[in-house]
Design a protein around this ligand. Structure first.
Ligand code: PRT
Ligand code: ZN
Length: 291
């Protein structure tokens, strides 16, 4: 069999191994798309969905999708927007969140982007940084390096850096302060500029599933026991989508109240619920949610 011949309608490129790999595969699995890849092959066909996966380095994925070798890809926006590409962003995916930021040594006085005038800035993102500086009329030289950007000021290679930051601890341990965020990034699903009608239909099915999973991840299902006399008060506290579900308990005078809330809402209302008389609260994740 010709190794490059397509056997499926859609081909999706995902990161082979790295920060986005597990989250990409977990999202597909939550969408009912399971892929067995026993010998870490670079290509695998999905079960129960007309799609195959290519496992590649993240930097190579936008080019493969632009050229139509793959129809869809998942990468961080930082990788996708580094160069102009003839591709379409389909959906933000809510994982791989980070920011592309400019950082300078703690000792350097910083009063705004003008302080970067004539600076030497080390980065793996010359495209994004170059556009940022140009838009602000800042003349600075960019040193493109492929890794360990954070050590560049310490070894005298640069006066500032532009790199990805998530917790910020890498900057702190290198004596650097984050001074400008030039891009907030997360993983995105994107496609080639033109898909066939058959591919579009399959992509619509895929994005419907992804949206159901992503919506569900934002919410929690909450259950609690409430004395009947307190049901109205508890219902008023719950910010659920419609009115809560109320079911009688075997014990006379008590009901089970169920609702859906966002994860952060729980900590805001727990004390009020307890004060109203709610007991035995359970909060569980939701797998899929169709609104
Ligand atoms: O081999 P391949 O080329 O596929 O992988 P890679 O080494 O280029 O990428 P990888 O797996 O490290 O990251 C993939 C994607 O994850 C990135 O393109 C981002 O979209 C996203 N991401 C999210 C991050 C981070 N968070 C992150 N913190 N990518 C890198 N980092 C690095 C950053 O470069 C810095 O060195 O982590 C360090 C900073 O982390 P903090 O927590 O100390 O601030
Ligand atoms: Zn990479």
């Amino acid at each position: 069999m010709n190794e490059n011949k397509r056997t499926t309608t859609l081909r999706l490129a995902v990161q082979k191994s790295g920060r986005l790999s597990d989250a990409s595969m977990d999202l597909l699995a939550a969408c009912g798309i399971k892929v067995s890849r026993p010998d870490r092959k670079l290509r695998a066909v999905a079960d129960h969905f007309d799609m195959e996966l290519l496992f590649l380095r993240d930097d190579d994925i936008p080019g493969y999708v632009e050229d139509g070798v793959a129809d869809l890809g998942i990468v961080g926006e930082n990788v996708l927007y580094e160069r102009e590409r003839d591709v379409k962003v389909v959906q933000k995916l809510g994982f791989g969140r980070c920011r592309l930021s400019i950082a300078v040594p703690n000792a350097m006085p910083y009063e705004g982007p003008e302080s970067l005038m004539d600076a030497h800035i080390a980065t793996s993102y010359p495209g994004l940084l170059g556009r940022y500086l140009e838009e602000r009329g800042i003349r600075a030289s960019i040193h493109e390096i492929s890794g360990s950007v954070e050590i560049a000021p310490g070894i005298g290679l640069a006066t500032a850096i532009c790199d990805l930051v998530s917790s910020g601890s890498t900057l702190i341990s290198n004596g650097l302060q984050e001074v400008e965020v030039i891009l907030r990034s997360e993983a995105v699903l994107f496609s080639t500029a033109t898909l066939t009608a058959e591919q579009e239909a399959l992509l619509a099915a895929l994005t419907f599933r992804i949206k159901s999973v992503l919506t569900a991840r934002k919410y929690r299902y909450i259950l609690m026991n409430v004395p009947n006399a307190a049901i109205d008060e508890v219902a008023a506290i719950l910010p659920g989508m419609k009115s809560p579900t109320v079911m009688p308990l075997a014990e006379e005078g008590w009901s089970s109240v169920h609702s859906v809330i966002t994860d952060d809402q729980f900590w805001d209302i727990i004390d009020q619920l307890k004060a109203a008389g709610a007991e035995g609260m359970l909060v569980t994740p939701i797998e899929k949610m169709v609104l």
